[in-house]
Design a protein around this ligand. Structure first.
Ligand SMILES: Nc1ncnc2c1ncn2[C@@H]1O[C@H](COP(=O)(O)OP(=O)(O)O)[C@@H](O)[C@H]1O
Ligand SMILES: [Mg+2]
Length: 240
């Protein structure tokens, strides 16, 4: 699925070198819901951007669905991204001058679907997030939680294999954050693979697996907290 091995990313600006990721290894399987946590500046966004083929990396290996991403040219990279990846950002990133229908249409146009197929996908995606009745509305007419739902519909409309969410609830109040998280959980239950960066420990705890990043490295992978909490025996059985 998504497999990074000893990946590194160095940003070079004038005199400064920042090692945003170092020896970063992760393996995300089909259908997993992974929460990525870690302090600000630890490399979480860099990881998502590389995972989503928005940025190149400096060293190591990355395989997406078995495809070796290293050294791919821009056109091939964009094609793979459009086909496999859906992005959800903290700031929603909707286009203010376009109504909801046209916002969701933007990435579909790059995919070369015909108008009827795009309409079908847009209507289905907006219906999936509960906003069918608002198709002709503009982002500014919606609450933050609703805007994020549109962004999720836009990410979903292309039927991506993987949804990448960078602090998707970061700009929302608690109640709206819960609503967005619930939607992500439903999509996961329907088979989506989700990688979500979050600062919210309550939301992270609801994912299947937590990956903690510090200083550009994965430091701790907690396995299946939810399964443990529903009556499985403790990992370390009582010792004499
Ligand atoms: N475009 C860039 N140019 C230079 N440095 C960057 C750039 N993007 C991120 N960095 C640096 O890389 C490190 C990791 O950043 P980031 O991945 O955004 O962290 P996080 O999302 O965990 O807050 C930080 O030190 C940041 O300043
Ligand atoms: Mg970030």
């Amino acid at each position: 699925m998504l497999k990074m091995h000893h990946l590194s990313k160095v940003y070079r600006t004038h005199l400064i070198e920042t090692h945003a990721l170092r020896d970063f290894s992760i393996h995300v399987k089909n259908g997993e819901f992974v929460a990525v946590t870690g302090p600000s500046g630890s490399g979480k966004t860099t990881f998502l951007n590389i995972a989503g083929l928005l940025e190149e990396f400096s060293g190591g290996e990355y395989f997406l669905d078995g495809v070796d991403v290293r050294g791919m040219n821009d056109a091939a990279r964009s094609r793979l991204r459009n086909e496999k990846i859906g992005f959800i950002f903290q700031g929603f990133n909707l286009i203010p001058d376009l109504n909801l229908f046209d916002n969701v249409d933007v990435p579909l146009r790059y995919r070369g679907f015909n108008a009827a197929e795009r309409r079908r996908r847009i209507e289905q995606a907006l219906s999936r997030v509960g906003l069918s009745a608002r198709m002709k509305h503009y982002p500014s007419e919606l609450s933050g939680g609703q805007q994020q739902r549109v962004a999720i519909a836009r990410a979903l409309a292309g039927s991506p294999k993987i949804l990448l969410a960078d602090e998707p609830t970061g700009n929302l109040d608690t109640q709206m954050a819960r609503g967005v998280m619930q939607l992500l959980e439903e999509l996961h239950a329907e088979g989506a693979t989700i990688i979500m960066v979050t600062h919210d420990p309550e939301l992270a705890a609801r994912a299947q697996r937590n990956v903690h990043v510090i200083d550009g490295q994965v430091v701790d992978i907690q396995a299946e907290p939810r399964l443990r909490s529903v009556g499985a025996p403790p990992l370390q059985s009582a010792q004499a």
